[in-house]
Design a binder for this molecule. Structure first.
Ligand code: SF4
Length: 241
């Protein structure tokens, strides 16, 4: 009998689930310098890098190590649909365990004094436990909570897309193209306050001044009304809507 050696599968760490101090700690635990954390954060959230190979100010050995041990978000985009006027874009994202979730980018042209807006409607769970009768997700039942990294990944996907191809409102000649995400709403699949800790972690990561730097007032958590969680959220230093 021949025995085929089994190559151990290393579960990669999703760096999108880390705040900057957590990323620095993760690096230090692996014998790397803490300052590399800021460089990596800058690549991920400001330069919107989707893979480690592009992080050219990191030593090659560290880039190779990151490729082997870490990931920048989970998932594969299985489909993307744009509305005819291109103001709404919906993606179907497959997570690492095969679960499917939806995220939507909504683009609003400038109106009067206000500039154009790009809002991502983010999912916080695969399925939902609340079963609201008007909602398709509610009819699916609850599958699982999304990790903070899986929540952040949805925003970064559309941020990269807009950076690569800024959107200009059709029929409004002279209006400035928009090339970044201005708002997020936790209003996709799932009840965000049922996944309180991961949602809050994702909001902290997206709010980080060293990272994506999205203002708390540009983040909205939509809930069916989980009163204890609403009260808890209102006590957090991060004052989201
Ligand atoms: S809480 Fe939201 S996602 Fe869940 S069933 Fe109700 S409307 Fe749908």
């Amino acid at each position: 009998m021949t025995i085929t050696p089994v190559t151990p599968v290393i579960k990669k760490t999703d760096l999108l689930g880390f705040t900057l101090p957590q990323l620095q700690q993760w690096l230090v635990e692996r014998g790397e310098a803490a300052f590399r954390g800021k460089q990596i954060y800058n690549w991920i959230y400001q330069r919107l890098a989707a893979d480690f190979a592009t992080m050219t100010n990191l030593p090659q050995a560290l880039r190779s190590r990151l490729e082997a041990e870490a990931s920048i978000g989970p998932g594969i985009v299985r489909s993307e649909q744009h509305s005819k006027d291109d103001r709404t874009r919906k993606i179907l994202l497959e997570l690492s365990d095969g679960k499917l979730i939806e995220s939507v980018l909504m683009l609003y042209p400038p109106l009067g004094e206000s500039s154009a807006r790009a809002t991502v409607c983010v999912s916080s769970q695969a399925g939902c436990a609340f079963g609201c009768t008007f909602c398709a997700t509610g009819q699916m039942g609850f599958d699982r909570h999304l990790s903070a990294g899986e929540i952040v990944a949805q925003v970064l996907y559309f941020a990269r897309e807009l950076r690569a191809a800024p959107w200009v409102a059709a029929g409004l000649p002279g209006s400035r193209p928009i090339d970044h995400i201005t708002n997020i709403v936790l209003m996709g699949m799932g009840e965000p306050l049922h996944n309180y800790d991961n949602v809050l972690q994702a909001l902290r990561i997206l709010n980080s001044a060293e990272g994506f730097n999205l203002g708390a007032r540009h983040m909205t958590v939509s809930t069916v009304g989980l009163v204890p969680a609403i009260l808890k959220l209102s006590q957090e230093p991060l004052q989201v809507n």
